[in-house]
Design a binder for this molecule. Structure first.
Ligand code: MRU
Length: 365
C-alpha cells in the first residue's frame, strides 16, 4: 500500500545493507513511522514478542526471514531446528507463525547447509509474495459482498462496516485481510464508512486501523469496544468484517479479544458477520476452537496502563488503575462457527462450516 504516494510492504529485505530485514515499528504508530532494521533472529523474536510487528500473516513472514538471518551465523541441522523453535515460541495463537516456520523447515532440511541461507531468503520472499497475492484475492472476493450490499441499498447510500482490531495491510505483507475489500470498495467509489473498534488493551483499532484508513482516505469513526451492540440495535451497522489468527477445520474463529461479543451482538441484530483470511490461517489439525486453540495471556500492564501522545507531543505511558489492582489479559477469544455468516478466502467465499471450507480446499479432505 502507499504512504504519501510511495508503495510499501510491511516487511522487506535490502541487499544494500547486508540483507537485513526491515519492518515498521507498530508500537510507534500512529504518531511516528519508524523503520526498524533487524539483523539477528533474536531481534526478530523480540520484535514479534513486543508487537513491534504483529498480525497473524505478518509475524509468519517476518519469522521466516528471522530463520534466514539465523542461518547466516550457523546453517547446521541443530542450529536450524533450535532457531526455528525459538522463533515459533514467540506467540502462541496465530497459526501463521507455526505454518511459516514449518514451511521453511520442510524446504531447508533436505538441503546441504551451504545452500540454506540463499534458499531461506528465497523461500521467505515467496511467502511474502504469496501473502500479498492471497490478500489481494481476498479483497476482490470481499468486494463482491460489498457491491451486493451497495446494489441492495441504492448506489449512493452509505455502507457501514464494523471491524475489530487491525486486519489491514500493516498486519499482513500487503493489502490486509478484512480491510482489503474495504480499500477496493472505496477505490471504486462505493460509499463505505468504517466503525473502528478501539480494541483495548493495545488499541490496534484506534492506533493502526484508523491510521491505515485515514492514510487511504477511507471515511471512518473510532468507537469504544462496547459501542458495537448499540450501533447494531439502531441499524447503523450493515456488515461486520474481521480478520483472524486461526480458523479450525470446523470454522471456529480465533481473533482479538472482544470479537466473540461482536459476533453475539451481530447475530442478535441480524447483521452479517464475515471473517477474512488467507488459507495460511486455517489449522486443519484442530476442530474445536474453544477447547483446542491456545490463547495468549499477555502482561497485565497492558490493562493497567495506557500509552498515547500527550499535549506536548511526547508519547507516554500512564497508569489508569489503582495501585495493587490485579489485571487479567487474555489477548484472543474464539467465535464459534455458528455465529459466523461466512468466510472470505483467496479461493472465494464460503459458509463457516467444515463442508464450506472443504469446498474451497478439497485437497484437505
Ligand atoms: O495481537 P495482534 O495485534 O497480533 O492481533 C491481531 C489480530 O487479532 C488480527 O485481527 C489478526 O491477526 C488478523 S491480521 C490480518
Amino acid at each position: 500500500m502507499k504512504i504519501n504516494g510511495t508503495p510499501y510492504r510491511s516487511v522487506w529485505v535490502d541487499e544494500k545493507d547486508g540483507w537485513s530485514v526491515h519492518i515498521f515499528d507498530q508500537t510507534r504508530l500512529p504518531f511516528a513511522l519508524d523503520v526498524l532494521q533487524l539483523t539477528t533472529p533474536e531481534q526478530v523474536a523480540h520484535a514479534i514478542k513486543t508487537m513491534q510487528v504483529r498480525g497473524a500473516p505478518l509475524i509468519g513472514a517476518v519469522a521466516a526471514y528471522g530463520l534466514a538471518l539465523a542461518l547466516r551465523t550457523d546453517s547446521a541441522d541443530s542450529a536450524l531446528e533450535q532457531q526455528a523453535a525459538m522463533l515459533a515460541a514467540t506467540r502462541p495463537t496465530a497459526i501463521n507463525l507455526r505454518w511459516a516456520i514449518e514451511r521453511m523447515l520442510n524446504h531447508l532440511r533436505p538441503l546441504p547447509p551451504a545452500e540454506r541461507v540463499a534458499a531461506a531468503y528465497a523461500e521467505a520472499g515467496l511467502i511474502c509474495d504469496e501473502d500479498a497475492a492471497q490478500n489481494e484475492a481476498i479483497g476482490l472476493h470481499g468486494l463482491e459482498l460489498l457491491r451486493t450490499l451497495a446494489a441492495q441499498r441504492g448506489k449512493n447510500d452509505k455502507i457501514n462496516i464494523l471491524t475489530h482490531c487491525n486486519a489491514g495491510w500493516i498486519a499482513t505483507v500487503d493489502w490486509g485481510t478484512a480491510l482489503a475489500p474495504i480499500y477496493m470498495a472505496h477505490d471504486e467509489g462505493l460509499n463505505v464508512h468504517v466503525w473502528v473498534d478501539e480494541t483495548r488493551p493495545r488499541n490496534q483499532g484506534a492506533a493502526l486501523t484508523a491510521w491505515e484508513l485515514g492514510s487511504h482516505g477511507v471515511p471512518h469513526t473510532v468507537i469504544v469496544d462496547n459501542a458495537g451492540g448499540h450501533l447494531m440495535q439502531h441499524g447503523l451497522v450493515d456488515i461486520v468484517i474481521v480478520g483472524t489468527d486461526r480458523v479450525t477445520r470446523n470454522a471456529d474463529v480465533a481473533n482479538k479479544i472482544g470479537t466473540y461479543l461482536k459476533a453475539l451482538a451481530a447475530q442478535d441484530n441480524n447483521v452479517p458477520f464475515w471473517v477474512a483470511l488467507p488459507s495460511t490461517t486455517i489449522d486443519w489439525r484442530v476442530a474445536d476452537g474453544v477447547r483446542e486453540i491456545p490463547i495468549e495471556e499477555r502482561s497485565g500492564v497492558e490493562i493497567t496502563h495506557i500509552t498515547g501522545r500527550d499535549d506536548s507531543g511526547q508519547i507516554n505511558r500512564v497508569q489508569i488503575t489503582p495501585d495493587g489492582s490485579k489485571a487479567a489479559n487474555p489477548a484472543f477469544d474464539v467465535t464459534p462457527a455458528r455465529l459466523v455468516t461466512g468466510l472470505i478466502t483467496e479461493k472465494g467465499c464460503c459458509p463457516a462450516t467444515p463442508e464450506g471450507l472443504l469446498s474451497l480446499f478439497p485437497e484437505q479432505k
